[in-house]
Design a protein around this ligand. Sequence first.
Ligand SMILES: CCOC(=O)CCc1ccc(S(N)(=O)=O)cc1
Ligand SMILES: [Zn+2]
Length: 263
Amino acid sequence: RMQEAGEYTMKMHPMWQGPLVAPGGNRQSPIDIRVRKSVFDPHLKPLTPDYDPRTCSQIWNNGYSFLVEYDDTTDKSTLKGGPLEDNFRLCQFHFHWGESNAWGSEHTVDRRLFPAELHMVHWNSDKYSRFEEAVMEENGLAVIGVFLKIGKRHEGLQKLVDVLPAVRHKDSVVEFTRFDPACLLPTNIDDYWTYAGSLTTPPLTEAVTWIIMKQHIEVSHDQLAVFRSLLFTSAEEEVQKSMVNNFRVQQSLQGRTVRSSFT
Ligand SMILES: CCOC(=O)CCc1ccc(S(N)(=O)=O)cc1
Ligand SMILES: [Zn+2]
């Protein structure tokens, strides 16, 4: 019998032996997006990302995922519009994925799992002066989530895939420049769901306005296989653990409304 999507047990990883539910949390992420329960909001504006590839600086394996980091000391790569009242600065993007193509995303749509999910992380530069400050505040962060499906090779992603072997181990860093993160967004960014949530890894703070794209992007099976060649563990550790299943279990909605920008 094929297991139902969402029925899979999640292999425990040290990180997820941590606080699976933040103490006192009532707006935790990720969640299952029940499409028919989402509420169309005609006041939601188009999202206006404006990224400068020259602010791309490095790739880092932090032991949870690999982060592509951007220089966020100026307003060169920003996100405005959509549900956001303020100007947000891009600081990094990363992914979550499974050991198989059957699961890996953090959010689901009517319980549907995707093989991976991209998160583009921004912080509110109108209200705060640095990421570390914004991460502790209610309207501090905005994260764009994009689902990945297995299909044709993603040409823009290949430049990133080619450098991943250089950050195989936890705490490794390599210079990575002139990468335009906009190439990872779907063609249609006007259709999205948005809700108030949290970081999905420690410190799990309830600081995030989530913007989840309805349209997915496609990457090839081989490209995603390179993600799985990364390791949770540093070069010094005896036992090497493959970096897979780095997603958090779904959290209860607890009365929150998910709004949609489309009918
Ligand atoms: C105070 C330092 O805090 C951090 O470094 C948090 C980084 C962090 C950024 C984004 C996310 S996610 N998966 O919800 O998009 C989780 C954790
Ligand atoms: Zn994430």
